[in-house]
Design a protein around this ligand. Sequence first.
Ligand code: DGJ
Length: 732
Amino acid sequence: MENRLITFDERNKVFHLHNKQVSYLISVENGGTLSHLYFGKRVKEYHNQLRYPRLDRGFSGNLPGSLDRTFSRDSLPKEYSSAGEMDYHTPATVVRHSDGSNALFLTYKTYKIEDGKPDLKGLPHSWVKDKTEAQTLIITLEDKCSEFEYDLIYTIYRDRPVIVRSVKVRNNGKDSAYIEKAASMQMDFGNKDFESITLPGAHANERHMQREKIGQGIHVYSSHRGTSSHQMNILSLVDPDTNEFNGDAYGFALVYSGNHKFEVERDQFDQIHLNIGINDFNFKWKLKSGDSFQTPEVLMVYSDHGLNQMSQAFHSLIHDRIMRSKFKNQVRPILVNNWEATYFDFDEDKLRPIVDKAKKLGIEMFVLDDGWFGHRDDDNSSLGDWKVFKKKFPNGLGHFADYVHNQGLKFGLWFEPEMISYDSDLYKEHPDYLMQVPGRKPSPSRNQYILDLGREEVRDNIFKQMIKILDDGKIDYIKWDMNRHLSDIYEADLPADQQGEVYHRYVLGFYDLLNRLVTRYPNILFEGCSGGGGRFDAGAAYYTPQIWASDNSDAIARLTIQYGTSLVYPQSMLTSHVSVSPNEQNGRITPFDTRGAVAMWGDLGYELDLTKMSDEDSKKVAEQVAEYKKIRKVTQFGKFYRLKSPMNSNQCAWMTVSQDQNEAVVTVVKIMAYAQPYLTKTKLVGLDPNKQYQNIDTKEIFGGDELMNLGFYDSVEHGDFKAKMYHFKAID
Ligand code: DGJ
C-alpha cells in the first residue's frame, strides 16, 4: 500500500521502514536474533537476498544448542545486544538480576505497527501533527529466563530522512532487578569505513567540529557532568570522502540534557558498532517487578548529499517537530542584556539610561541578567532566593518592568532555578535541599551548589517562588541559566540501592520544573543557557526555542562555535550578541561590523553598555538593528548552508535562503589579512538557477546560476577579521 511506511515480510521475517528518502531494514535471524540489515538511501523493495554472509569466525561463539558454526551473534550486525549473549561488542544493555548475574539473551517475540508516534511521558520527544505524518514500529524482544522485555521503538516520518528510536524496558519477572545500562539505540554497520564527526569543546569554547578516522577499538564521546555539557555534543558518521555537499552522512542526536554516551567501536572485522544513550557511569536503575523504564530518544538522520543536507534535515526536524513553543515561528526580538554591560554592579537608576538608549537604537527587549534578587552583589550568594533585591530596585521589579514597557521594549529576566548558595535564606530553611553525600563536604563550583531537583518538594519550592514573580504578567522572556555541573551525587529521599538513579532523576526533575513553567506561561519566551552553551541539545529545545550559544562573545571565536553548532541545531535556536572590543573573554579587537555580522548568524542581541558607546558606534548599532529587521526572517528561518569552514581555511562563510528561494543572505568573514592576498571566490548554493537576483546594496543583477556556478570574488579589504554581508532578492 502506498501509504504504508512500514512493512513486514512475514515469510522472510524482514521489517522495512521506508519513505521516499530512506530505508531501514531489520531481519529476524536464527534463534530469534534481531539483525540490522540496512539504513540509508531508499530502496523500493527488499528482495530478501542481500544478506550478511555466514562465516565460521574463530573465537566468536555460536547459538546455544546449535551446531551451526557459521552463525555467530558476535559478528552478525544487530539491532540491540545485551551482556551475556556471547556478543563481545560493548553491549547496548546490561541488567543485574537478583541472583547477581547479568545474563540477558534477547530474542524476537512480537511486533506492532501504529500510525503516528507515541509521546514519551516526562521526557522531551519528537512529535507528529497528526497520525498520517509518521508510523511507528515496536519490536518486542524478550529474555525468557528473567522475563525482561525490551520494546525497540522506531518512528519513520513520511517526509523526512529521519528515523527516531528509543527503548522501553519492562520487568515481567517476579524479582526486582537493576538496569545498569540501557542505550536508546544500537546500530551495526557491516562494511563501512566511517570517520566520526563530533562536537567537543569547553566552557566558552563549545562545539568545535572534530573529524577523526575510526581505528579499531572503542571510541567513547560522552558526558558525565550531569548535563549534555560544553565538552561533547552529538555524533555523525561519514564516509572518508564525504564533504559538505557530497557523500553519505549519518547524524545521531540524543533528545536528552543529561549524561550521555556515544560509543563507536570498530571491531576485529572492521565493522562499526554504535551505541547511543544515557551514560552508564553511576547509572543503576531499580526496576521492580511489573515496572518499566523508558530511555530518551535518538534522532537519526541520513543524507546522501553530505553534511549540509544532514544539517538541514536536523534543523527542520528540531524546529518543526521538537520545539513546541509558539515563539518558534515568530521572529525573535533584538535584545540588550546587561550582563557584560554592568555585571553585578547596577541598580534601577543605572539601568534606565541603557533602556532609553536601547529604545532610541530600535532594540526591542531589555534583559535583566544575574544580580537582581536576594542580596546578590557578586556570585557568592542568594541563589535559591527569588525575591527582588530591594537595594537595587527599591520600588520593586514590577515598577522597573513598567518603565521598560513604557519605553516600548519587552522585559526579560534571568533565573538560575537549579542552584543554591550557602549564603541564602533557602539554605537556612532547607539545608537538605542542597545535593550532597551524607558525611561529606560538597564541592563548590563558582561558589554555588546544586539543588536536589529529583525531589518534588524542592521543585515545588522553586516553582512557587518563581510564579510569585511571573504571575503579574510583566515578564516577557526568561533566561534559564545553570552555572556549574553536578557533583556529590546523592538524593536524600532514595534508599542506598537507588542512588544510581540520581543523575537521571535530576534530569527528569529539571524537565518537570521547566515544563510546569512553559505550560503555565505560554506567552513568555524562554531562552536556555548553561554558562553559555553547556546544555545546547535537542532535549532542551523541546522547552526553550532558543539557547545562549556560548559565554564567549568574541566574533572570531564564535565562528568555530557557531559553525559546529550548525551541524545539528537550527540558527533560530542560537542566540548571539555583539559585545565590546577588546573582547572581555579573550582580549581580541574586532571591527564593529564583523561583530554585527557574526551575531546576525542567529538571534541578534547586544551585550554592552549602550550608554558608553561613541556616537559612531551608536550609529552602527542603529544601522545593524534596522538591517537585521529586514533580513531576520530569512536568517532565522531560511534554509541554512555552510560554505567555508573556519576550521580549515582563513575564511568562514555561510548563507540562508528563504524557503521560496526569493531571498538570500550571505556572510563571508576573512580571518587574517595578507599583504599579497590570494583571490578567493564564494559560490552560492540553494538559489533558483532560473531566477535573477539583485544585490540590494549595489543594485547589481545576477542570474542564480551565475552566483552558484561562477561565484563572486571575495573582498580583499585591508585588515584582520573583516566581514562582508550580501543580501540578494529575486526580481521579476
Ligand atoms: C552565565 C551566562 O552564560 C551569562 O550570560 C550570564 O548570564 C552569567 N551566567 C550570569 O551569572
